[in-house]
Write a protein that binds this ligand. Sequence first.
Ligand code: SF4
Length: 488
Amino acid sequence: MGIYSTSPEIEVRERRLHSIISYNGTAKDLYEQSRSRSLLHTERSYSQCSACAEGCTSVVTHIRDCAVVFHAPIGCDAGMFNNALVSKGTAKSRKQEEFSLNMLSSNILEKDTIFGAADKLRAAIREADQRFHPKAMFVTTSCASGIIGEDIESVVNEMEEALGYPIAPIYCEGFKSRIWSSGFDAAFHGVLRKLVKSPRKKQEDLVNVFNFEGMDTFTPLLSRLNLRVNYLLPLASLEQIETISEAVCSTTICETLSMYVGAVLEEKYGVPEVKAPSPYGIDWTNQWLRAIAKLTHREELAEQLIKEDGEKYHDEIEALKAKLAGKKVYVISGDSFAHNLANVGKSLGLELAGATSLHHDLHTDNPASVNTLSALIETNGDIPNFSVCNMQPYQVIKILLRLRPDLLVCRHMGLTSLGSKIGIPAIFEGDANFSIGYEGVVKMGRRFYEALQTKKLVENIARHVKQPYTDWWLAEEDPFYFQVRAVS
Ligand code: SF4
């Protein structure tokens, strides 16, 4: 059976990739158990917070010329309205025209869960059409629409015919998955099903780069190989998305974000995925450049780039290594991106105190895709303190207190502040594009060094912070005390 199916929905990661949200052990053990599929799904008897597949909204709300209707109670996507500022800022930094995000909620209320909300959805789609005049639309679902069991497909088909442009339903009911990356897959499935067109001609110099709304760090690298960057999906236009099947290859800032769409583009349209880890850290940057060069027949240019950047940044990287010598860093981030950040730390000579990924996929959609955990073990060796934890601050704080790293780097804003609260200088890696390539290693090194200068300040902050946990929990040895049950 192929990876892509025309079914309206894609299976969530727990069922498709046997993904887990809790594990405590070593990187090697996690990899081996994942490979043999012997790792059992674990449950917590206590969770402090959770995430849901509404994460799809971070992929589809930033697309130009499009509108999004959240078929949900108003609270589900309230946070999305902050995204307008993020998009504006990034468009400016990429020297692109700013644009407004076009979003509406159908505002499902309690009575709608009894009488149905299909008419509300029709009205919201019409309203979005009249307000925003989009060229395409997305309709995202929610727990509430799922519980009602509404026939969203029929409403969308009917409205598509009435309005004359594509409307992509994205099935991301929150209760179906505790992994927000399931929402990424749902979003990409909707895009593949409704928007992507068959290639008219191959664009031999166009590289799909799946990312969030980060700054433009890929063009300066890939333009030196005479390649153009097609940033997807945030900030892309509808036309850019329709023609992703024409690209010469696809790459990503993180396997976790785009493994499904990358695999389908390869399977359905022959657009190969770059089978190398993303360009974080010097060794992975070299591997990535060589893999792209091989796919695009630009080997000489890649070798020249590697030589030039190796020489250009050598002295500063060595100076940073000397400044950071003996320091230990802890990494917290989404699955593959945690491996990426850990590898940047390794290029700076930092010792890896450990890493926590917010979930872990036991395998990838395409078995031939790169496995970044395996790549990290290969370059770094085993990582003794390796865990999977879906953001539970009560556990994260215990892990950090036990290991006491010198530095923390975190891709999640809410968890970054935990470092400061216990006296550990912390960096928030908000822009996932920032630390790619040789220059990215240097920028990360500078930030680590600057963060170390705040040691006294954060220790002072820690002295004044009262943790919201009982003495019992703070004295308990095992951060995974509430991980109680393994089910097959
Ligand atoms: S879990 Fe359900 S109710 Fe909560 S935000 Fe997600 S879709 Fe909405």
